[in-house]
Ligand binder design. Structure first.
Ligand SMILES: CC[C@H](C(=O)O)C(=O)SCCNC(=O)CCNC(=O)[C@H](O)C(C)(C)COP(=O)(O)OP(=O)(O)OC[C@H]1O[C@@H](n2cnc3c(N)ncnc32)[C@H](O)[C@@H]1OP(=O)(O)O
Ligand SMILES: [Co+2]
Length: 139
């Protein structure tokens, strides 16, 4: 079951410049900056009540963020939903006919396991599912 919008991902060219911009806009600083090598991204998170804004800069030319910005420019990249049990949700969505981009959950940022649904099945919106990594899961 999808619990809430966990974060909205925004693709940016220059993290420092965008962090300053969003810090001014939100009147608060990012609570975390984290590189996710496997995704070719550097992320910065702003807590916005129940949800977050995730800024994403490409850390290499093969990054999906580099390709996105090259094609569409900076802007909203994805919507992430928090789920209770990511494997169960992936199974449900696969049975509903959605295309899973990764067939197993993978380590994301901010202590989450994540998976993505292809935007061709979701009205052109890249959807990310995330489940908090609970210590028991990590053992
Ligand atoms: C995991 C760390 C962090 C976290 O929160 O924990 C992140 O969020 S990391 C975020 C970056 N990682 C990803 O986005 C992984 C999932 N994305 C992908 O696998 C690709 O970007 C994919 C498959 C969505 C597109 O890759 P492809 O090589 O096929 O690129 P194309 O430009 O050819 O795109 C094909 C088609 O999809 C449209 N597209 C691409 N990206 C998006 C997007 N973000 N939102 C909406 N639509 C998107 C693109 O326009 C093409 O459509 P077409 O009609 O053919 O032009
Ligand atoms: Co994300």
């Amino acid at each position: 079951m999808m619990l809430k919008v966990e974060h909205i991902g925004i693709a940016v060219r220059e993290m420092e410049k965008s962090k300053d911009l969003f810090s001014k806009l939100f009147n608060k600083t990012a609570y975390k900056e984290e590189a996710v090598e496997s995704e070719g991204v550097i992320t910065s998170f702003f807590q916005m009540g129940e949800t977050k804004i995730e800024l994403l800069e490409a850390s290499n030319d093969n990054s999906p963020i580099a390709k996105f910005i090259q094609k569409k420019g900076e802007g909203i990249h994805h919507i992430a939903y928090e789920v209770e049990d990511i494997e169960l949700e992936m199974e449900r969505l696969k049975n509903e006919g959605f295309t899973l981009i990764n067939d197993k959950p993978k380590k994301g940022a901010d202590n989450k396991m994540v998976c993505f649904l292809h935007p061709k099945d979701t009205n052109g919106v890249l959807i990310e599912l995330c489940q908090e990594i609970r210590t028991i899961d990590a053992e």
